[in-house]
Design a protein around this ligand. Structure first.
Ligand code: PNS
Length: 161
């Protein structure tokens, strides 16, 4: 039976840190579904369609083959995971603050859906990159080319017009 993992997040926008986690997760599982999830506590800056398209392109350009983008607009992650055949969750973490945020979610997901979360540490070069920081630098006219894939930068430029 093939092992499918789900990698959920807002990816608003996807950073090179996210892409690095995805690439490494893709080596651990037969298939990884990168799930763009609507987080009700956040207002998205980039449309679902734009994010989805840019991420698919970034994955193709990075040569990551066993991954696919899916969109989850409502409901529990464990229910979407079950529907999609995923038996594990992938999360990246950069520091202890990320772990403090992620641990309760991993516990809830294990209780609700018997889904284990596999944590992948951020590569040191991406340890400080976050979507919110990238957005802020970009919105203030700064250069974010070393933080996001090319297709994501193009999406940001297009969406900000
Ligand atoms: O990138 P984010 O916004 O920090 O990702 C958080 C996300 C979307 C992964 C999290 O909010 C989530 O899993 N939402 C789905 C709803 C759900 O199942 N919540 C209860 C278990 S955490």
């Amino acid at each position: 039976m093939s092992k499918i993992a789900i990698y959920p997040g807002s990816f608003d926008p996807l950073t090179l840190g996210h892409l690095s986690v995805l690439r490494r997760a893709s080596k651990l599982f037969d298939e990884v579904l990168l799930a763009i999830v609507h987080n009700p506590s956040k207002t998205p800056h980039y449309s679902l369609e734009a994010r989805s398209e840019a991420i698919s392109q970034a994955m193709a350009e990075a040569g990551i083959e066993n991954c696919e983008v899916v969109e989850i607009s409502s409901g529990l992650l464990v229910d979407s995971a079950a529907r999609l055949g995923a038996t594990a969750i992938v999360k990246g973490f950069r520091n202890s603050a990320d772990i403090d945020y992620e641990l309760p979610m991993s516990e809830v997901n294990r209780n609700l859906g018997q889904l284990e979360t596999v944590f992948i540490p951020a590569a040191p070069e991406h340890g400080f990159v976050s979507s919110s920081l990238v957005r802020q630098v970009f919105d203030l006219g700064g250069d974010v080319t070393s933080y996001v894939p090319e297709s994501v930068l193009e999406m940001m430029q297009k969406e900000s017009k």
